[in-house]
Design a binder for this molecule. Structure first.
Ligand SMILES: Nc1ncnc2c1ncn2[C@@H]1O[C@H](COP(=O)(O)OP(=O)(O)O)[C@@H](O)[C@H]1O
Ligand SMILES: [Mg+2]
Length: 323
């Protein structure tokens, strides 16, 4: 299997497509709510951090859609999901759900960088996080005694996600009684499956985020993306032990190269983003391809048909009304 050469100009910076109704522009995906109650989720090549797009990475949208597909297929026996099909390598056709107003984060390790991460909380002295008691003496990036669910609010544009406990979800009436218990149990089952498959491929699934939703009849579905490098933290099992002992960050595939480069040069939340060196973009593209191979255990063959990725997607979505 030969992988075509990387072409930094052949990218999908957006997926705004004439003829398709109900456009929602997300941080990474452009989605369309169709009149038949379904939704097209088109993964662009945008790399998002600090609540903005830092760069456009060739093949990233295809890689993410392919990884999510692998996991939806590998977990369909645990919970029904929103997938109807994949009309294009960048596109997931889904049943539209009403997304629950809680981000379902599952953590197996003491890790993270943001203020809602349990590592930040633990370092600041907290021993009860999101309603879970943590033991004394955990080291940075060490495994927790067992995975925990650490939900947050879904703040949306510009807002900041706020930690929640199961009691708060109930008391604030965020979810109907009983639903949180089902979501939590399902998320833990998905996470254990994810960790087992990752381990078989030499990876550690350290933490992840799920989005669940309901159909009009109340059926609970797993929605959004699943165990992708954008929604999850993966580490390489080889090298994890040494990093833990040394107190350094475990080896991983992540967007930290570009993130760190940008953060070192400007206030990434406010200043214009400096132009990212092409070599760094190419390296990040290869990192995503490496993640695809490692996670799925299969080869990655980018779909290079069409004059541009957007042209190909438009053609593949003609049956949905795209022009
Ligand atoms: N089956 C679905 N039905 C309705 N909305 C969905 C479904 N699956 C995912 N979504 C929503 O589609 C959007 C995906 O785009 P994304 O770039 O992730 O946006 P965001 O910036 O909100 O994270 C998210 O808002 C997600 O909640
Ligand atoms: Mg999202």
């Amino acid at each position: 299997m030969t992988v075509p050469a990387l072409d930094l100009t052949r990218v999908l910076p957006h997926a705004v497509i004439p003829g398709l109704p109900g456009l929602h522009r997300g941080k990474v995906r452009d989605s369309y709510d169709l009149p038949d109650g379904t939704r097209l989720l088109i993964a662009t090549d945008k790399l998002s951090a600090f609540d903005r797009a830092l760069a456009v990475i060739p093949w990233k949208g295809q890689v993410l859609t392919g990884i999510a597909r692998f996991w939806f297929e590998a977990t369909a026996d645990i919970v029904p999901n929103h997938v109807l099909g994949y009309p294009d390598p960048n596109v997931l056709h889904a049943r539209r759900v009403s997304i629950l107003p809680v981000e379902v984060v599952v953590r197996g390790y003491l890790a993270g960088t943001t203020s809602t991460s349990i590592l930040s909380m633990y370092r600041a002295g907290a021993r009860t996080v999101y309603g879970h008691r943590l033991p004394e003496g955990l080291r940075d990036n060490e495994a927790l005694p067992h995975p925990i669910v650490t939900p947050t609010t879904k703040a949306g544009d510009g807002g900041h996600d706020e930690p929640l406990t199961a009691a708060e979800i109930r008391d604030r009436g965020l979810l109907p009684a009983g639903l949180w218990d089902r979501v939590e149990a399902t998320a833990l089952s998905l996470f254990r499956r994810g960790q087992a498959i990752a381990a078989a491929n030499g990876l550690i699934l350290a933490d992840t985020k799920y989005e669940f939703g309901t159909l009009p009849d109340g059926t609970l579905l797993l929605a959004d993306e699943l165990h992708t490098p954008d929604s999850s933290r993966f580490w390489l099992a080889e090298g994890y032990g040494a990093a833990l002992a040394a107190g350094t960050r475990p080896p991983s595939f992540d967007k930290d190269v570009i993130r760190a480069w940008v953060a070192a040069r400007c206030d990434p939340y406010r200043d214009p983003i400096p132009e990212i060196p092409p070599a760094m973009i190419a390296e990040t593209a290869q990192t995503y391809v490496a993640a695809f191979r490692a996670i799925t255990g299969g080869g990655f063959v980018p779909d290079m048909r069409g004059a541009t990725p957007l042209d190909r997607i438009r053609a593949n979505l003609a049956a949905f009304g795209a022009t």
